[in-house]
Design a protein around this ligand. Structure first.
Ligand code: M6R
Length: 607
């Protein structure tokens, strides 16, 4: 996820794009860049870090111009530095591009372009787009952009400008958001309306596959060579709502992004025909990973629960024994370094002090350290021997939701990777991959039930205590459901393994203590039903998360939320979504400060 702003008109663009970029910082804030285009001349400004720290440098440069493209970066390919910040350009510094998305086949395109003599100056996937446009450029920018996009596999919101044709901006979209603002003798481009709403409320939404050519007084939009007629829409939201894509809170926006996060985490990493995955970040330790006989998974909070799900996956499909620890505990126990073992750290921010301190300690002791992180260039990403990025985009809400889905998806990929190095058959690898590819669509189906889930949350809003129960793959999901509820609504919630109820917790069950039971139709379904019956026999209320088509369960429980059927190992990627929604709507009904719950911080950088 990144933010894009562009301007073509008659005014000086510097303050327009600067304020637009600031509005889009929630989409990415590791670096930013601005480029003004004139006839045969450009002015380029790039800096690392938040805009407020360096905006005065930019203003001091006194760049002026009325054709400008700009970008906030959230790194996915390549470290956080000025070279990798957008805009990127071709060899002759004539064509400039800003891009939000992923070019899946960038490595092969880059190799080919280098052989053809192109010189690259960044590690990004985006730079190949600039060189492809250069390759195909013959006096018409939009034709060259069209031709370049034919070679690209992946997603893009793309804005291109050239010093050879400084009277136009070319814009293209495929699965990454991009809108065009229509002003008075001017057009603006942005990743979302918040960046341009102060200048115009008239927007055109670009659709996938469309290319727009913007000139000061003219706009042309094409799809597959044909000109498209588009309606102008009037935005009636305020700026704050626009940043949240029309949602009341970042948490809801981030939950709604969960299907895309799953998709982005696997994009370009599946080798379908071989039942295998390609994880570039693990290539350097491929042989070491072949040799390991045990793994420790370490994380905190939600990331720790992802580790707990990972344990079931890796043990079942890769035949490697896995231990799981909280970062805050692992560091203080006796660390037994196994020569043929590895430690995998999971963290959204890559800056959690409890997790990082274990990483540093284990590194000093010579252990093989691996990481799953969202933030490119974070301390965890830099310190580990090897790792995989989740590519979930910035998570703003303190309660982690979409990042958990990114972590689970990467853990599935790591399981296939390790499994295929060992006993997993190609057929099994293919089966998991085929099913994983369906998950984003199935997740969208669950999100469509958000109104019903809201009604259930409202029905239970007076209750002060909740159990969350699950078994096997869904036991960690019970823990995650309880954490999310207590974190943002401040009611007491506890996750319990279904089978443990009778060993103590059942004593608390009564009418005023409802249970959310995660009971998809899997290998432990019958056992879960026994647990639910134990609760019902004591007059406890039960909300079930069950598999679509299970009508029988309605006879036993008080409310049901359905999720689609999938492989047992993948059910956590679906069963957690209603729990995120339930926690959100429950807290909303209590009018809590959902994105900034009391006493908590997004990144916990103290031990
Ligand atoms: O950035 P990390 O993934 O390392 O953060 C770990 C926890 O602090 C985090 O998951 C926390 O528990 C969330 N607030 C849970 O929603």
């Amino acid at each position: 996820m990144c933010g894009i702003v562009g301007y073509i008109g008659k005014q000086d663009a510097s303050n327009i794009v600067l304020s637009g970029l600031k509005r889009l910082e929630y989409r990415g804030y590791d670096s930013y860049g601005i480029c003004f285009i004139e006839k045969d001349k450009h002015h380029l400004f790039k800096r690392v870090g938040k805009i407020e720290k360096t905006e005065q440098d930019f203003l001091n440069k006194n760049f002026k111009g009325s054709v400008c493209i700009a970008h906030n970066r959230w790194a996915t390919t390549g470290l956080v530095n000025e070279e990798n910040a957008h805009p990127h350009c071709d060899c002759k510094e004539e064509i400039f591009v800003v891009h939000n998305g992923i070019v899946e086949n960038y490595k092969e395109l880059k190799e080919k372009l280098i052989k053809e003599g192109h010189k690259f100056s960044s590690e990004t996937d985006t730079e190949v787009i600039a060189h492809l446009i250069e390759k195909y450029y013959k006096d018409n920018l939009e034709n060259a952009v069209k031709r370049a996009l034919d070679d690209i596999r992946g997603t893009y919101g793309l804005v291109v400008a050239s010093v050879k044709e400084p009277d136009k901006i070319v814009v293209a979209r495929m699965s990454s958001p991009l809108i065009i603002g229509v002003g008075d003798n001017e057009f603006l481009v942005a990743s979302d309306p918040s960046a341009i709403i102060s200048r115009t409320r008239q927007i055109i939404n670009l659709d996938d596959g469309e290319i727009a050519v913007l000139e000061v007084n003219n706009i042309r939009i094409y799809k597959e060579e044909k000109e498209s007629k588009k309606d102008i829409q009037i935005i009636d939201w305020d700026i704050e709502l626009a940043e949240k894509d029309g949602h009341e809170h970042f948490m809801l926006k981030e939950i709604m992004e969960e299907p895309n996060v799953i998709e982005d985490a696997m994009r370009g990493r599946l080798l379908d025909d071989m039942g295998m995955v390609k994880l570039g970040g693990l290539e350097g330790v491929e042989n070491k990973l072949r040799e390991i006989n045990s793994l420790s998974l370490v994380g905190c909070g939600t990331a720790y629960y992802a580790c707990r799900v990972g344990k079931y996956m890796i043990e079942e499909y890769a035949d490697i024994p896995v231990e799981v620890d909280f970062g805050s505990e692992f560091r203080y126990k006796k660390p037994i370094i196994k020569k043929d073992g590895g430690i995998l750290f999971v963290s959204q921010s890559g800056e959690t002090a409890d997790t990082l301190s274990c990483l540093k300690e284990m590194k000093e002791k010579g252990a093989l350290t691996l990481g799953i992180t969202n933030v490119v260039g974070s301390s965890q990403a830099r310190e580990t021997d090897a790792g995989v990025y989740t590519r979930s985009g910035p998570e703003i809400s303190v309660a982690s939701t979409k990042a958990f889905l990114g972590q689970l998806t990467v853990l599935v990929l790591v399981t296939i990777y390790l499994g295929r190095q060992r006993n997993m058959s190609m057929v099994m690898g293919k089966r998991i991959i085929d099913e994983l590819k369906r998950i984003p669509e199935l997740a969208k189906k669950i999100l469509k039930q958000k109104e019903e889930i809201e009604k259930i949350a409202q029905k239970y809003k007076e209750y002060k205590n909740f159990w969350f129960i699950g078994r096997k793959y869904n036991y960690p999901i019970a823990l995650e459901g309880a954490l999310k509820l207590k974190e943002i609504s401040y009611v007491h919630a506890e996750g319990v393994a279904g089978g443990e109820l009778k060993h103590g917790p059942l004593a608390l069950v009564e009418e005023s203590f409802p249970t959310i039971a995660i009971c998809p139709s899997d290998s432990v379904y019958d056992k879960m039903i026994s647990n639910i019956e134990e609760i019902k026999a004591r007059k406890g209320l039960v909300i079930a998360i069950a598999t679509e088509g299970n009508e029988e369960i309605k006879k036993i429980v008080d409310d049901v939320i359905y999720i689609p059927k999938t492989l047992e190992m993948l059910t956590p990627l679906l069963s957690v979504i209603p729990l995120h929604l339930f926690a959100y709507y429950f807290a909303k009904s209590l009018k809590r400060d959902i994105d900034r719950p009391r006493n908590l911080a997004k990144s916990v950088t103290v031990e």
